[in-house]
Design a protein around this ligand. Structure first.
Ligand code: ADP
Ligand code: MG
Length: 628
């Protein structure tokens, strides 16, 4: 509990202690002869002790012309009760209302704290090695790009970089939700926010602190809560309309029935007081706090639960879209397949296999496309980047570059057609990279990708969850697309698409109906990600464009997380709906009882606090995410 909550608790306790004896006296349970004004004063003390801030807020609301809020309702109802001589009820309502407020503020604070603990990846310092070999702790903000920092075992990586010395295992659970440590050694990339488990690492930083992964993720998570969901704004709109209606209804309830009785000439003894009291009870019952509080709390908890599993959802509105997804479109490379191509054959080349790979790998040396990375890996020797100039990457085609004064082109049939180079077709199933050197055909390299471990299971899970259509969109050859689609159990595929064709394909799918998710690895998929109803970037840590364009970021590249994200979203929405109906239902019953004169304020406030406590507890369930 924080200071403010402790203060409120003390006020509640003091007021309760003061209230009980006065109540017993006023009810005649304890026989003490006090004049009426003294009883009134004795009730006023606990009332003001526990409720002065509510009264002040209500007065401020009236002054700022923002009447109709909960404080206003509570103030009118309790003052009304006291004015009618029901001192006990007035004080008790205020007391219980504050108990509810305290409970809610503790619960919200707790879930907020547990979310920031989950997201506790903000590094506090970076170690820089001084000239004499000693380590100096500096603010990570002050570390220039390209500096060497030292990360000792147990420390958090403060800034993204590349290992220059040392071997270690990293715990990336805070980033990806994956609890298995991953090994790193020289030349491997380390991401800020992960924890160094075993060895000392020297790292050359590749980004500034605020451009590093940890800072970006924190930004994203912090801003997510600010992006309101549709049904959340629905709730605040609802409160704005609902409260005035309730106030006027209460007024009508207080005035109209007695007027009617007056006109009909019925006996009027106690009638005015009776109906005024019913109107106050009605006000207390109608207070919408349970709904107003539990909806944002549910969404907030849902976002938190998701991020603990390495699923970053950029706003609560995306939870709603995600819950209603009926079609999922996938990129192939890096999304369904590992993007880890192996060279399986080299054909028809006047060069040696080795030389062809050397030229191709060098031409690809500055691209981050999975094909490029795989070729560089297949070449096995270190690349000499100074030999390469004039690199041009043509999206969906391939690459041209100058390597040692040779013009090298590496890409698919489309690239060869574009350059006007005759090529030999290949009968292998696999992705074919044609290579041309100085405008002449120099053979092709056949590369092959593997399915991701969980790809098939992911499709099955999605279908089980009621996703009607799964479509693969790829720039690769038809033969490869068909084979992959069959193997993982995707219902539909479109092959040989350029990035702009993918946008068109997504638009065609959108025309078929709402609820389209696109899942991509973020490399040249950014336009498609932003076009779909919901864009999911996968394994996207480090790809800025994807993190920008996507609505949901999966921090590791496990395709099962798509279904998990949808599951979280659905659970969250279900809980929100449960809470809304539960709260409104209980209120309807209480209203009915009070209209019939069967409910007093005690019951009303008890029901309200009870509903709120249950709704808040229910909302917190959103934090709990089962592993798939
Ligand atoms: P995907 O839809 O599978 O992610 P892309 O749109 O990234 O595929 O690329 C489509 C095709 O374009 C690849 O299958 C490959 O033939 C060719 N291509 C794209 N980038 C490169 C590259 N850097 N080097 C060679 N070929 C490439
Ligand atoms: Mg791609």
């Amino acid at each position: 509990m924080n200071q403010k909550q402790k203060k409120l608790l003390i006020r509640i306790l003091v007021a309760a202690v003061l209230f009980v004896p006065v109540y017993l006296i006023s009810e005649g349970i304890v026989q003490v002869d006090l004049p009426r004004w003294a009883v009134f004063c004795l009730f006023l003390v606990p009332y003001l002790t526990v409720g002065y801030d509510i009264l002040r807020k209500a007065a401020l609301g009236v002054k700022n012309r923002k009447v109709f809020d909960e404080c206003f309702l509570m103030t009118v109802a309790t003052i009304g009760a006291i004015a009618l001589g029901e001192y006990g009820e007035g004080v008790a309502v205020m007391l219980l209302y504050q108990v509810g407020e305290l409970f809610q503020s503790v619960a919200v604070g707790k879930s907020r704290r547990s979310i920031s603990a989950l997201m506790d990846i903000r590094p506090d310092y970076a170690n820089i090695e001084a000239d004499d070999g000693s380590l100096e702790k500096v603010d990570p903000d002050e570390v220039d790009v390209g500096s060497i920092i030292v990360i000792q075992p147990g420390e958090r990586v403060p800034i993204d970089g590349v290992v220059v010395e040392g071997t270690s295992a990293l715990d990336t659970a805070a980033l990806t939700g994956e609890s298995r440590p991953s090994g790193v050694t020289v030349d491997d990339t380390v991401l800020s926010g992960s924890i160094n488990l075993s060895g000392v690492l020297k790292v050359r930083t590749t980004a500034a602190f605020e451009e590093s992964t940890a800072s970006k993720i924190l930004d994203l998570v912090e801003n997510a809560a600010a992006r309101k969901s549709k049904s959340e704004t629905f709730i605040s709109k609802f409160a704005r309309v609902y409260t005035p209606i309730v106030c006027y209804s209460a007024l009508a309830l207080a005035v109209l029935p007695p007027l009617f009785l007056l006109i009909t000439g019925a006996p009027m003894a106690g009638v005015w007081k009776d109906w005024l009291l019913r109107a106050c009870t009605f006000l207390v019952i109608s207070c919408p706090c349970a709904v107003v509080i539990s909806v944002p709390l549910s969404f907030f908890a849902g976002l938190g639960g998701a991020s603990s599993r390495g699923i970053l959802i950029k706003g609560s509105n995306y939870l709603e879209t995600l819950a209603g997804v009926t079609t999922v479109a996938f990129d192939k490379t890096g999304t369904i397949t590992k993007g880890n191509f192996e060279v399986t054959a080299v054909h028809h080349s006047p060069f040696t296999e080795e030389k062809l790979l050397e030229l191709a790998a060098h031409a690809e040396c500055s691209s981050s496309h999975p094909i490029s990375l795989s070729l560089q890996r297949a070449y096995q020797k270190p690349l000499d980047r100074t030999r390469v100039t004039d690199v041009e990457e043509i999206s969906g085609h391939g690459i041209t570059a100058k390597v040692d004064e040779h013009t090298v082109a590496v890409g698919n049939e489309r690239l060869m057609n574009r350059l006007g180079i005759a090529f030999l077709p290949c009968h292998h199933v696999g992705t074919i990279l044609h290579v041309a050197v100085d405008g002449a055909y120099a053979g092709h390299i056949v590369i092959r990708d593997q399915l991701k471990e969980h790809a098939r299971e992911a499709m099955a899970t999605l279908q089980r969850m009621g996703v009607k259509r799964t479509v693969m969109l790829t720039g690769d050859r038809k033969a490869v697309a068909e084979q992959v689609a069959k193997e993982v159990g995707i219902t539909d595929y479109r092959a040989e698409l350029l990035p702009q064709d993918k946008v068109a394909a997504v638009e065609a799918l959108l025309a078929d109906g709402r609820g389209l998710a696109f899942v991509g690895d973020g490399i040249n998929d950014a336009p498609v990600l932003s076009r779909a109803d919901i864009g999911i970037a996968m394994g996207a840590l480090g790809s800025d464009a994807a993190i920008e364009a996507a609505d949901v970021v999966l921090m590791d590249d496990d395709p099962l997380k798509i279904a998990q994200a949808m599951g979280i979203a659905r659970k969250c929405l279900r809980i929100v709906k449960e809470n809304i109906w539960f709260a409104l239902g209980v209120k309807a019953v209480c209203l009915l009882l009070s209209a019939l004169g069967l409910a007093n304020m005690w019951l009303a406030i008890g029901a309200d606090v009870g509903v709120m406590v249950l709704a808040v507890l229910n909302a917190i369930r959103c934090l709990i995410v089962r592993k798939i």
